[in-house]
Design a protein around this ligand. Structure first.
Ligand SMILES: [Zn+2]
Length: 469
């Protein structure tokens, strides 16, 4: 096979054939010729234009075998009445670019996967070149109808850069794509989005999901410039994030109370962080063991863990059960005697209509949010398998149930006191004063032995609660 034929097949440049290949220092130069005989304006696509002169143009192509690859072609310069003097159109590169389409496209794809600095090293291009390539690719691929017929949208901020600059992003919940972004994270940033919409585009917006920090809400409710007719929803993702923060605050308070890192208990509490925050399905055996120790020794932290788990679970329930469960949660949190949760309950109560609206519409900003460590609606709260629910026989009324994890603790179930089997009260000495919710609790079995991992026994049955493993 001839070298030129091999390169023709290897590079697959549209509209061109390879005439010659030369190897220089660290680079190969592939000279190609256009298949097309009659030139086309690279600005507007006009044909039959006057040829002014010819010039050799070069484009950087994807590296071949570790060598830089440069495409070279002799192009005709045209005079176009609409565009002025321009070189003719080539299919393998965008107008005005010094990089081929393949090179541009790969760089743009990489920009979605890694940082700009890494791209400059991998593609061997300058920092600013990455930006120019992105501008070119986005200008071509951007869907210009993306702001039409929006119905359910989410607004969220993402942080970027070492000094935490922010971008306000607007996502279309139905398509899952981001449709708009601008620097900043306040009412004015979002106002910029509404300003770009026509009245008709605004009218189609039915609901907007946001987090509870005020800024965005003012822009939405603005009667003149916002979308006051739209339902404001408070997005589950952020709500659950607040639940996680409250849970961690309880742990911090305990840590401070127990002499911080100067005591063994303090050190132990410090190490319990992930056992309390991580979905039990994703915890390591060591973390699960720690959780079991928490269950046995620190009632406040354990209660925080349960409150957090139940809050996450509310979003996984059938919609019609959510309002009642949220009320139950609010009541529970309010009298939990855990300050961070009492405060959170107050916040949620204030925004309850928006919280329930988000559940009703099934909206979550998870996809737009920068934080993916806590996953609510994507289905991973339950980990590998759906949580098994405790069923209460006899006259027991199943008030609430929360599957906290597929592999670890499986169900947190509130049952009417009458349904609790008194014979289950076999309290080991290891459990000094476990208080759970409103009533005394009794422990059955022993979590420390990791029985929960084997999925067997009831671990805790209490006045109004039962944890099964
Ligand atoms: Zn033209």
């Amino acid at each position: 096979m001839r070298v030129t034929t091999a390169f023709n097949r290897m590079l697959g440049l549209p509209g061109a054939w390879v005439r010659d290949v030369e190897f220089g220092e660290g680079a190969m130069i592939v000279t190609v010729a256009l298949r097309r005989k009659r030139p086309v304006c690279s600005g507007c696509g006009a044909r039959g234009l006057k040829i002014k002169d010819r010039r050799v143009k070069r484009w950087r192509h994807l590296d071949q075998g570790g060598l830089r690859c440069v495409i070279e072609c002799d192009l005709r310069r045209l005079y176009c009445p609409g565009c002025g003097d321009l070189p003719e159109h080539v299919e393998w590169a965008r107008a005005g670019a010094r990089y081929t389409r393949d090179f541009d496209d790969l760089t743009a794809w990489l920009a979605q996967q890694m940082s700009q600095t890494q791209i400059t090293r991998l593609m061997r291009i300058g920092w600013e070149t990455v930006g120019k390539i992105l501008a070119r690719v986005v200008a071509e691929k951007l869907d210009h109808g993306r702001l039409d017929r929006l119905s359910l949208i989410g607004v969220d901020e993402v942080s970027y850069g070492a000094d935490h600059k922010f971008l306000t992003c607007v996502a279309n919940h139905e398509s899952g794509g981001i449709v708009w972004a601008a620097p900043g994270r306040n009412a004015a940033s979002l106002q910029g989005f509404f300003d770009e919409l026509s009245d008709q585009q605004k009218a189609s917006i039915r609901a907007v999901s946001i987090d509870m920090s005020a800024g965005y809400e003012n822009a939405i409710r603005d009667p003149d410039h916002g979308v006051p007719h739209a339902q404001v929803c408070f997005d589950p993702f952020h709500l659950v994030q607040l639940g996680g923060k409250a849970c961690d605050q309880v742990r911090r308070d305990e840590y401070n109370l127990h002499g911080r890192s100067s005591t063994d208990t303090g050190k132990w509490i410090k190490g319990a962080r992930y056992s309390l925050l991580k979905d039990t399905a994703n915890q390591t055996p060591k973390q699960l063991l720690k959780l079991a120790e928490v269950v046995l020794t620190n009632k406040r932290m354990y209660r925080a863990f349960l409150l957090y788990g139940e809050l996450r679970y509310i979003y996984r329930l059938p919609k019609d059960e959510a309002p009642e469960r949220l009320d139950a949660w609010l009541a529970w949190a309010s009298r939990s005697r855990l300050k961070p949760f009492v405060k959170l309950a107050r916040t949620i109560r204030k925004h309850k209509a928006g919280v329930l609206a988000a559940i009703e519409l099934g909206l979550s900003n998870e996809c737009t949010s920068h934080c993916t460590s806590c996953c609510v609606c994507g289905g991973c709260v339950l980990g590998g398998g759906a949580g098994r629910m405790m069923t209460v026989g006899g006259g027991g009324r199943l008030v609430a149930s929360a599957a906290v994890g597929g592999a670890g603790l499986v169900g947190v179930v509130e049952v009417g006191a009458a349904a609790v089997d008194p014979a289950a009260g076999d309290v080991p000495a290891a459990l000094p004063d476990l208080d759970r919710l409103r009533a005394d609790a009794e422990l059955v079995g022993d979590l420390v032995e990791c029985e929960h991992a084997l999925g067997a026994e009831a671990v805790l049955v209490g006045g109004d609660a039962a944890v099964f493993a």
